[in-house]
Write a protein that binds this ligand. Structure first.
Ligand code: HEC
Ligand code: HEC
Length: 146
């Protein structure tokens, strides 16, 4: 074996680069395998029991269809997690139908407001959504940041 110092620096660098690429490839394969497994678990329904979206109990404004995506869009628009508007169960998880978390009814008011605003546009399109004002925050700005 040659001593490390005998190898010109450029080759030593290349060797280090090769090693990194190999690690990256291994990592990618493991990641893809993991994702495939995860997808399978999802299809089987996993061990989590029925999805709370399958049979909603307390919808006053929204439709069951697309409810999951709507909820995810709320999270993104306000920069929060589900627990911002939903009551946590003492044993873990959430009681989604419950209206005990006051933010949930604020959100209902906001849904009505957004529908009202959009109804003023003559083309029936959604021009304003939660993100339009919230931009990833619970407190929309009323003036430009200083
Ligand atoms: C900004 C507040 C807000 C956030 C954040 C939010 N939700 Fe909701 N969620 C609501 C409101 C409001 C309703 C009721 C809508 C209605 O009355 O039509 C609701 C209803 C639901 C329902 C139906 C419950 C039932 O049986 O009546 C489920 C399930 C649900 N949300 C899940 C989630 C999940 C999961 C997340 C996180 C990914 C989430 N929500 C994030 C406000 C929120
Ligand atoms: C026209 C601008 C506007 C739009 C659109 C809008 N909001 Fe808001 N929202 C506000 C403002 C302003 C506040 C802060 C209210 C205050 O001053 O107390 C707020 C506050 C909230 C809060 C309470 C904050 C908290 O701590 O949880 C929730 C929940 C909320 N909005 C949900 C929504 C959802 C869900 C949508 C879309 C359906 C939405 N908002 C769309 C302006 C808007």
């Amino acid at each position: 074996m040659t001593k490390n110092q005998d190898i010109p620096l450029i080759f030593r660098r290349m060797e280090a680069y090769d090693m990194r690429m190999r690690l990256l490839k291994i990592f990618t394969v493991v990641l893809i395998a993991g994702l495939a497994l995860f997808a399978q678990e999802e299809k089987k329904g996993g061990k989590k029991g029925p999805s709370p979206f399958d049979n909603p109990q307390n919808l006053k404004l929204l439709q069951k269809d697309g409810l999951r995506n709507t909820m995810l869009s709320f999270n993104t628009a306000l920069g929060v997690m589900c627990g911002e508007c939903h009551m946590a169960n003492p044993g873990g998880g959430f009681n989604f139908p419950s209206d005990e978390n006051p933010h949930k009814n604020v959100a209902r008011m906001m849904i009505s407001m957004v529908r009202d605003i959009n109804s003023k546009f003559p083309d029936g399109q959604q021009h304003v959504r939660c993100y339009t004002c919230h931009r990833g925050s619970t407190m929309p700005l009323t003036e430009p940041p200083k």
